[in-house]
Design a protein around this ligand. Structure first.
Ligand SMILES: *Cc1c(COP(=O)(O)O)cnc(C)c1O
Length: 370
């Protein structure tokens, strides 16, 4: 019997008939991009759902990072984490900024606030942390450091859609936060993203910046870029937003089952939910201790693949090891021992809204029964 492929994720898709209805509206209005009705509706709906004051939609999750650095006129050096998707550091590079890597906290994979101060120099202007896997960073400690040294904080919150701490959105932390709505994320608009800001003036400025800097028909107030979301994907997003809670609930069930089944497997560790946090279960990372488990991470990864189970080694290799960045003084293994260790141990297990009990059993069986 052929064993079906189990992928690490599966994109949330809106009901096709409902999408066709919205497409008909778009065809009728012939307004297909440039702040149309669905774009406006999705920004409003997202600000309500995410419990944030302002949302500006983008065409992907990388451009809001690049634009946020522009908007805050960040230069010089920015302190960031190597344990993320490359876009985090690339956004600095695209702005001519030098990334300074700081090691991560072994308990949540996020930048370790205790190690930030030692990395600050007179050229440091900002901190760019990542709520990796959707787990909140220690936003309080990070803000204290930022305030002490007069630094801006831009959160790459690409994984943190809908994540709350004590009832408040973690997207309200820092000066700006950015989201990705890529197909692989918990909430998607096929490709897409957003920036979260605290005040109307910043929202206006960002809206200009993502549309070439146009303030009106004849005035360009800044050297902006084009990173607008179109009407078709905005409509797609409006429909997916209705499904996302159900999808997160289904992911939570998968995570609970993994935790129960793997609790007593020697050499396999995972993180538990944090009290007070509304998690989005976007990823389920496990960490493989070669000696204790009796098999290396890569051997388990390959074994899973042979069984048609496609986990992903997020985030391996570390960003700091890629050719663009490995020459940086902060990119050494000695500076990043925890990030290096987790990158060498991690496998993100399949987790999504369509994963059934049989699939879950197959994944667990592959890990537990060596
Ligand atoms: C997905 C992702 C991005 C980039 O988002 P795109 O929408 O693919 O451009 C940035 N940062 C992190 C941490 C991501 O996971």
């Amino acid at each position: 019997m052929r064993k079906d492929i189990i992928t690490v994720t599966s994109p949330l898709l809106p009901n096709l008939e409902s999408f066709k209805d919205l497409l008909e509206e778009i065809w009728e209005s012939k307004w297909i991009t440039n702040n149309g009705s669905f774009h406006k509706q999705l920004e409003l709906a997202l600000s309500k759902y995410l419990k944030v004051p302002y949302v500006s939609l983008f065409t992907n999750g990388t451009l809001p990072l690049i634009t946020a650095l522009q908007a805050l006129r960040i230069t010089g050096e920015v302190i960031t984490t190597p344990f993320s998707f490359v876009a985090t550091t690339h956004s600095l590079w695209w702005n001519g900024i030098k990334p300074v890597f700081v090691d991560i906290d072994p308990h949540n994979g996020c930048i370790d606030p205790n190690k930030i101060e030692a990395a600050i120099t007179p050229r440091t202007t900002a901190i760019m942390p990542v709520h990796v896997y959707g787990t909140p960073c220690d936003t309080k400690a990070i803000q204290n450091i930022a305030d002490k040294y007069g630094l801006k904080v831009i959160y790459d919150a690409a994984h943190a859609f809908g994540v709350e701490f004590n009832g408040e959105s973690i997207l309200n932390a820092g000066d700006l936060s950015t989201l990705s709505f890529h197909a692989t994320k918990v909430f998607n608009t096929i490709e897409g993203g957003a920036m979260i800001m605290h005040d109307e003036k910043t929202k206006q400025r960002i809206d200009y910046l993502k549309n070439f800097g146009f303030a009106n028909e004849i005035e360009v107030v800044a050297p902006g870029i084009n990173s607008k979301m179109d009407e078709v994907r905005s409509a797609f997003g409006l429909l997916n937003l209705k499904e996302v809670d159900d999808s997160i609930n289904k992911r939570q069930i998968v995570a609970t089952k993994y935790r129960e089944a793997l609790r007593n497997t020697k050499g396999i560790t995972y993180w538990n939910d944090i009290q007070g946090v509304r998690h989005n279960y976007s990823y389920f990372p496990i960490f493989v201790d070669t000696e204790e488990y009796g098999m290396s991470r890569d051997d388990l990864y390959t074994k899973m693949k042979r069984n048609n189970i496609y986990g992903r080694r997020y985030f391996y290799p570390l960003i700091s090891t890629f050719s663009t960045y490995r020459g940086l003084p902060s990119a050494t293994k000695e500076n990043l021992p925890i990030a290096t260790k987790l990158a060498n141990e991690v496998i993100c297990l399949p987790i999504h809204h369509l994963l059934g009990q049989e699939d879950i059993n197959r994944v667990i069986d592959c890990i537990v029964n060596k």
